[in-house]
Each structure stands twice: as C-alpha cells, then as structure tokens.
Design a binder for this molecule. Sequence first.
Ligand code: C2E
Ligand code: CA
Ligand code: CA
Length: 709
Amino acid sequence: MNEHTPRARLLLVDDDLILRGMATQTLRHAGFEVTAADCGEEGLRLFADGEFDLLLIDVMMPGLDGFEVCARLRETARGATLPILMLTGLNDTESIETAFRCGATDFVTKPINWTLLGHRVRYSLRASAAAEAAVRNSEHLANAQRLANLGSWEWSIDTEEMTCSRELLRILGREDSSSRTLTAQDLLGHVCESDRHTVRRARDAAAREGEAYQHTFSIERADGQRRTLHEQAEVQRDVSGRIVSVDAVTQDITERVEAEQRIHQLAFYDELTGLANRQLFINFATSALERARRNHGLCAVVHVDLDRFKSVNDALGQDGGNAVLSTLAKRLQGGIRLADVASVNGQRFSSEVVARVGGNAFTILLTDIASNEQAAVVVARLLGAVAQPIEVGEHSLLLTASAGISLFPRDADDAAGLAQKAEQAMYSAKKSGAGQHHFFDEQMNASTRQKLLLGSDLRHAIQAEELCLFVQPQINALTGAMIAAEVLVRWRHPTRGLVLPGEFIPLAEELGLIVRLGDWVVQTACQALQRWGQAGIATVPLAINLSSPSFMQHDLVERLEDVVQRFGIETRQLTLEITESVAMTDIDRAVARLHALRGKGFRLSLDDFGTGFCSLSYLKRFPIHELKIDRAFVRDAANGGVDAAIACSIIELGKQFNLHVIAEGVETAEQSAFLVERGCTAHQGFLYARPMPLEEFEALLIRSNCSRL
Ligand code: C2E
Ligand code: CA
Ligand code: CA
C-alpha cells in the first residue's frame, strides 16, 4: 500500500514530546514524510513555509489550541480542502464535535493505536484525493457543458419547479439570477411566440404522458438577443412507474445554424453582389423551364458581359471594380422588374432571376415572354441601364455591356444548354462592337434587328409625316362604276422606301402605337373628303380599317363623331371595316359598339369574312351592312373546290341576311365572272385597280366626275 502514497507529506502538531517522537517514527516507518511542530504557532509557521498533504493536530495544547489552529488553517486557500486529523482524548465527544465544527476532516483518539495510525492517515489521504477528483470532474463537466453551450433542466412533477443548470441560465442570459429554480411558465416565456405553442405542448405531453421529445426552437434572451436551441427531453419514473420528473438537455445551436445558413449562402449566392450564383441559376431555371414546357411557354436566357471591364479594375483598383459590379448588379435586377411591370403587351413575367456567373458576367432568365422580340426589347433596356453613368468616388464612369440571348424551346432544351448558347451569342455580339446584343440564332438576329430598328423609326414616323394613304377603288363588276374605295395606310420610310402595312401594323400594335396611327388615318381620310366636298368633287364612301385596340376604345363613337363633325362631312361617307376576329373577341361588347356606330350613321363592313369562326348565330347579332369575302377564297374560287364552296355560301348568307357582299383580291376575269355568276357584283382587286396614292385617287375622281358630265 505504501506505493500509493509514498511521498505524502505530513505536518504533525503536538506539545507532548514523547507522543510527537513516537508518532513521527511510526509514520515515517509507514512511508510518510513527517514534519513536527511542538505548538500551534509553530505549526502555522511551518504550514505557511512548506507543502503538506495532511495535518495531524493535537486538540489540547497551550497557547493556540488545536481547534484554533484548524479553524485558521481552513481560512487559508491552501488549507481549505486539506485533510486535517484531530488528536482527541478517548470518548471526548465534545472535543470531537468541536473539532468537526472547526473544519476537521476526521479524528484520532488518544491513546493512539500505533498499528492503525498509518492506515488511518492513508485512508484520509485517499478520501481527500477522491473528493478532489470529484470536484475536478464536476469542474470539467461544467467546463465541457459551457464549451458545448449545453444546459440542462429538471422539471419536478411534484413541486412543479424547474431546476436549471448554470449553463442554461447563461444561455438564457440570466446568469445573474440568484436562484436556479424557475417556473415552467418562466422558462416558456423565453421561447419565441411562433414556437411557444409547440414547445409547451411537447413539455406538457412529456410531463403527463411520459413522451420523450426533441426539437429546435428560437428563444429570446433576457438581453433581447435571439438564439436557436435544440432541446432533448426524457422522463424519469419512480419504481412504481409514476413520472417524477422531466429532464432535458438544451443546447444553444445558434452558431451552427448560422454557419449552415452561411454555407448555403456561399454555395448558392455570390458574395459580392448577393445575386444568385451559377448553381442556383441552373436549379431555378430548370424548374422554370419545366413549367414552361407544360404550359408551352416561351423563355429566354440572357448572358450579359461588361465590355472592357479590366480597364475599370486597372484604373479604380479592386475595391472600385467591386463597387461598380455591385451597382450594375442592382441595375440589372431593377431592369428586369421594370420590364416586368412595363412589358410591352401588358403581360407579366411570372418569375425571373439574375445571377452572377463570372467576374463581370451575369446570366438572366426571362420567363413567359410573349415573343422573341420582347426578349430583345427587355435586353435593350438592360443594356441601356448598364450604360447610364456610374459614380464611383469622384469618378463618373460610362460602361457598356454585350449580351447574348438564347430562346427556349428553340435553341436548347435545358438550362445549362441555354446558358451556354447565350454566352456564345454574347461573344458574337462582342465581335460586332461594344454594347450590342445578339440572338443565338442568326436568322432571329436579322429579323429582330430589323424589327427593332423599324419600331424605333415608327415612333417618329407619325410626327414626321412619313405615313401616307393609298386608296383602292371598289367596282360594280356589271357597270364598271366605282361604288366605294378602301383606304390603306403606307409608310414612306426615308431609307427603306415604301413599307407595307403587313410589316408595320403588327409592330405598331406591339409597341402600343396603333391607336395613334388609326386616328391619323381617320383624320387624313376625313380631311380628303372635306377637301373634295369643298371642291365640288363627287366622291364615293371611303372604307377605313379599324384595328382591335381602336375598336375597343371606350370613347370610339364620340371620337369618330367628333372628327366627322370637325371636317364637316357626314358619317355615311365612312365605312368602318372590322375583321371577323376583332368582332369575335368580345362579342357582347362588339355588338353594343356596332349598334352605337350604326346608330350614328356609319356604314359597317365585316372584313376578311370566312377566315374566322363567325357562326351563323353570331352573324345574326352583328348589325352590319356588308360582308367582305376574304382574298383567300376569291383566289381559288374559279378552280372549284372547298374555297369556291365557301365563297358561294358567303354570297348566299349575304342574300339571306340582306347584306351587301363584296369580294376583295379579284385579280382575274375568271374570278370576276365566277363571282358575278353567283350574284356578287361588288369587286375590289388588281383586276380593276391597284391601291393608289391619295393624290392619284383624287385625280381619278376628278376624271370620272368629268366623264359623268
Ligand atoms: P385588308 O383590310 O384585307 O386590305 C386589303 C389588302 O389586300 C390590301 O393590302 C390590298 O392592297 C390587298 N389587295 C387588294 N387587291 C388585291 C388583289 O387583287 N390581290 C392581292 N394579292 N392583294 C390585293 P395592304 O394594303 O398591304 O394591307 C394589308 C392589311 O393591312 C389590310 O388588309 C389591313 O388589314 C391592314 N391595313 C391597311 N391599312 C390599314 C389601316 O389604315 N389601319 C389598319 N388598322 N389596318 C390597315
Ligand atoms: Ca380591309
Ligand atoms: Ca380584307
């Protein structure tokens, strides 16, 4: 046994010389190092100077007695936990009690049993070592718990009190609280409103039903800070199976949760701009394309690359370059939203995403676009936003970007493919100079470029008086007399020459210019009628084509009436042509509108008849004067077949409903003869006259006036 405490150092304090000598001998023999003092004062002095593992102190001493020495030792830091054995008289219970009160660890009675003394000392040393280890362990545990942010509580079912560990109080921000017991309500008060109900339910179920649980919730600390906790609870039962307590460990996992969020942020977002990164873009686009596939929607991927960005970095340094990139990222995002609200035909993009995919490269997804051109319009707007001056410190920069556009489903079927083709298109755009955008498909490039150019020219065309009217006579095939004429708009483009309405009317509709254009046509036609009236030139009614937006204007009737009055002509001098498809879009409204127009005296013609889906029942409701057989049926009428049959039935229909029927696109004598034979004598077409400029038509009117005279 000696080997366990070979070097234990003892301090023996006793005034009895013989006892001191024998005890010293015995204990040295037992393997201890012994220092002896003959009085309390000497004992304290020796203790102050040396290192000891155990003290043996005689109770009865002159001067400072053993109790006093023990009490003083206990007040010192080193003496507080040392084992102290008191030497007392046999059966001196009073001394023994006093000794314990003064802090003695144990006692040894006199006369001393010398054989046992060594064992007694050894036992005391071991007990003290164990106690010390226990203290160390609990310190370790507390330390470990603190490091792990691990608190615990124990909820006694009987007392309904929750005893919390120090660490839990620290987690709750209540380390200052004097008591470690809280009420269940108190503890629940820290749980955030949104989680409180769940936490209460779980804790109650544990207390009542004995259900263990674990969950994560948010708390608000005493200082208002929010933290995320993970709590795991178990139930303790007594031997009879009754639940006595719920015990839980509660870990503050805020840092871990934040780290996970940060990892997610790093994995899917660009740190500098906060935009999505390539990975998130692909994920997002993949699901958007899936939706588009189901709905047969059109999408575009745009790759935007800043031109000559390296020179910005060189001039401003990396921080300056970063500031520029952040600004541009915001503009691109803003540009998409703008497009969203102001999209050309009022349609909204259902989703969009802007991603940073390289140092100075961005990828954008446009979904639910109405047409390929619309993608180009949005991209032009984005490049315009990039080109606005950028203020960095006292510098004002002008930058441009090049863009490539790929289209879904036309260019690729998946997000990665579209991104790659958009990037390829961007390189081709870059080659043609800074600030350009290109489609992946070359053909698309050509036609869109033309359309876009034409679109911007068209805005000026109306003010610049580049529009002009052509007029095409309508003839009575039996007599050759002109019975009316159709007004057809043309555009004298300064560089492209005469542009036909087939090319610019759809564009005008797309750009929202069609109503203004229509107004101009009506006014110019009325002006001509006024001029001829004033000049005494007999004229025929003029037919004017009304676009759908014009026809749908709520104040159409008033506006038309107003123009007619302004030019002093009569409403019956105008025939308004609306196409079958316009009339069919909103039938009730169309019927009401047609009634109103007819009430004012305008003639009404249903254009392109036969192409749409106008059924007999609807035709009955439209208060029109005239049916215009579409060119397509006239073209093939003379050859028999289905088209001939349709032409014939339209003519029949007209007779039944007592409507004037006119055939357009009559190019040959055969067609004319066929129509006349079926009873349709009103013809319009190249056979009689091509559309001619207004001035030429005026000359024709004058000539026929003369010939009538
Ligand atoms: P639409 O109303 O069906 O006009 C008749 C078209 O047939 C005109 O074409 C005319 O030039 C063409 N045409 C006439 N006779 C013949 C023929 O014998 N053979 C052939 N192949 N074609 C013939 P245009 O002038 O190019 O106009 C095309 C369309 O543009 C018009 O079709 C009309 O829908 C629209 N449009 C023309 N002017 C206006 C306008 O002022 N306002 C509106 N909203 N639309 C207009
Ligand atoms: Ca027409
Ligand atoms: Ca027509």
